[in-house]
Write a protein that binds this ligand. Structure first.
Ligand code: ZN
Length: 245
């Protein structure tokens, strides 16, 4: 699999293997991240990432405990889902991840969860309006909910693509949530933020009727968050991630 780019004083240099190893670790960390953030129960979610230069996708293996996985357990496939490296079966949600990678070249990481508060909106088929400054910051628009489809073929991938618009996350009615980013780490941040804002909105709905912010306010917060927020060089990764959207 490794493409050997050159040799230096007898040492073989394999850049593509290095890049793939790095991605394997990033995807493993993103899978651990959704577990540690409490976004998944047992085996109910998955994270992936793509190496665009090599056309390879790395994804969680199916049905494996998050806390027992190692980077080497991640499964590598091509964009058609053929296994390239790895000893395990890939997540059953691989086709949806692949569909998004094939159709949205700016996406570098995808996460799927059934996180409770986000999924409570999905269960009702409800989008989450841009009613918090945190939603304006992170999402820049309402978080849409795609109508229910079953998981055969490209049904879920198509539903997400049809409804995502500019949002970095989409709810799937009666099912759960998908979050995206330029990298698996950025997708993890989106997934965590999605659950956080969904929790706040859910709590607010118990005691009142939250209203969406005016569009110009949403834009103002979003623009500020993606231009002046954070440290020079983008420690939070926000600026870089948004630059590609
Ligand atoms: Zn699911």
């Amino acid at each position: 699999m490794a493409q050997v780019d050159g040799a230096l004083q007898g040492q073989t240099v394999s850049r593509s293997s290095t890049a793939l190893d790095r991605l394997r670790r990033e995807v493993w960390e993103a899978n651990l991240g959704i577990f540690r953030a409490g976004l998944v129960t047992m085996h109910s979610g998955n994270a992936s990432g793509i190496d665009r230069a090599q056309g390879l996708v790395v994804i969680k293996p199916s049905g494996m405990d998050y806390d027992k996985m190692r980077p080497g357990d991640m499964v590598v496939t091509d964009l058609q889902g053929r296994i390239v490296e790895g000893r395990w079966k890939p997540s059953v949600d691989l086709p949806h991840h692949l569909y998004l990678y094939r159709h949205r070249p700016e996406i570098g990481g995808v996460i799927h969860t059934h996180s409770n508060y986000a999924t409570s909106f999905a269960l009702l088929g409800r989008s989450i309006p841009a009613c918090l400054t945190a939603i304006a910051d992170e999402f820049g628009c309402e978080i849409p909910c795609a109508p229910y489809v079953d998981n055969s073929g490209d049904n879920i991938g198509k539903a997400i693509l049809d409804h995502m618009g500019k949002s970095p996350a989409v709810l799937l009615a009666h099912h759960g949530a998908f979050a995206f980013g330029q990298t698996p780490r950025a997708a993890l941040k989106t997934a965590v933020m999605l659950e956080d804002v969904a929790r706040t909105c859910h709590l607010a709905l118990l005691i009142g009727d939250p209203k969406a912010l005016p569009q110009e306010e949403v834009k103002k917060w979003h623009d500020r968050y993606h231009t002046t927020y954070g440290q020079p060089g983008g420690q939070s990764g926000v600026k870089k991630a948004r630059a590609r959207r």
